[in-house]
Write a protein that binds this ligand. Structure first.
Ligand code: SF4
Length: 341
């Protein structure tokens, strides 16, 4: 049996970042649950590496900054204990995230020497004008170059992209997705833009110079992106920011750091549900459903996605196609089956 996997995250908020990207506030995004005091990353690393073994396959992950852009002596202060823990069997792998313009052969040789197995690259967009408006400070070509070097070094590549950045649109997001697919990453993460307190984007939004990327915008665009990646055999390992107390959850959502944008605890589920609605819409559009009772049978594992949250898919499809009734139920089928009764 494959051992269960657990991430041991060490957050290095903004370490190595040459400047603040307009949307980013890692102090809010990566705040430890219930803590207002920043955790010192080296202390946290030491604590995590000394946790009792628990039978999990444990992966150490440096997140929230630009790891390869911090001074080499500091990189080594993290990598040396990590590599020792790897040799001792206390962890099974190391991953880290960084910027595309902070990757070169020398850096990758260092990461390989310390047995880093995965590098996550914040690409965010493959349109240069979007990168400029987002204050990224690198180009799409930097993403191509860095990705090629990472793959050549035999290190796993994860690419992160965003939707709804200033100056971007649905076409731009699809372009970025196709460009990322061409780089053949091992996986991708998609982060629809969220307006977070204390960022330049929050100022632009408050001044009316940026229109927020709503949950509906994110669901619409991401329901087109996900199939592109999955059809290319590239897993999407995360869709949307992880909800935290600091960002806002449940009843204290309005007290969190999120001001606007595509922040939803079940964004991935909403997107998968929209994909099914799109498929049904496509199939209904070539059938005569007007005034009819239509039955859809879905495999049991897809029933809730086919219905949509609060039956929103069922309601939308029935109204859109002017059906008399739409019944969506589960049954012993491999894929969605439509019958007009
Ligand atoms: S998005 Fe990445 S590079 Fe930009 S400020 Fe945030 S952590 Fe740093």
């Amino acid at each position: 049996m494959t051992p269960r996997r657990r991430i041991l995250p060490v957050f290095i908020p903004h370490m190595g970042c040459p400047h603040a990207c307009v949307f980013c506030n890692q102090h809010k995004i990566t705040a430890a649950p219930g803590s207002t005091v920043p955790v010192e990353p080296l202390e946290e690393l030491d604590r995590l590496l000394n946790l009792p073994l628990d039978g999990f396959d444990r992966e150490l992950a440096f997140y929230g900054g630009s790891f390869t852009a911090i001074p080499v002596s500091q990189q080594l202060a993290f990598l040396e204990p990590a590599a020792k823990a790897l040799a001792d069997g206390r962890i099974s792998s190391i991953r880290l995230s960084t910027r595309p313009d902070a990757v070169d052969s020398e850096t990758l040789a260092r990461l390989s020497a310390y047995r880093v197995s995965t590098v996550e690259l914040g690409a965010q967009s493959m349109r240069d004008e979007v990168l400029v408006q987002s204050g990224r400070g690198h180009t799409a070509q930097d993403v191509r170059d860095a990705s090629g070097l990472i793959k050549k070094a035999g290190i796993q590549l994860v690419l992160q992209m965003m939707t709804g950045l200033p100056g971007d649109d649905d076409d731009g997001a699809r372009y970025t997705a196709r460009e990322l697919i061409a780089l053949q990453p091992d996986a991708v993460r998609i982060y629809p833009t969220v307006v977070i307190r204390g960022t330049r984007l929050a100022q632009l939004w408050q001044a009316g110079e940026y229109r927020e990327h709503s949950v509906e915008d994110a669901v619409r665009v991401c329901s087109g992106l996900l199939p592109l990646f999955e059809d290319a055999g590239i897993p999407v390992i995360r869709l949307g920011l992880n909800p935290t107390e600091e960002l806002g959850t449940g009843k204290n959502y309005s007290e969190g750091a999120v001001l606007a944008g595509a922040y939803h605890p079940a964004l991935g589920e909403l997107v998968r549900s929209r994909i099914l609605r799109n498929r049904l819409e496509e199939q209904f559009s070539v059938l005569d459903c007007f005034g009819k009772t239509v039955k859809v049978t879905a495999p049991p594992n897809l029933l809730s996605q086919a219905l949509g949250q609060h039956r929103c898919n069922a309601i939308w499809l029935k109204e859109h196609f002017h059906m008399k009734e739409l019944r969506i139920q589960s049954g012993e089928v491999q894929q969605l089956k439509i019958e007009i009764l």
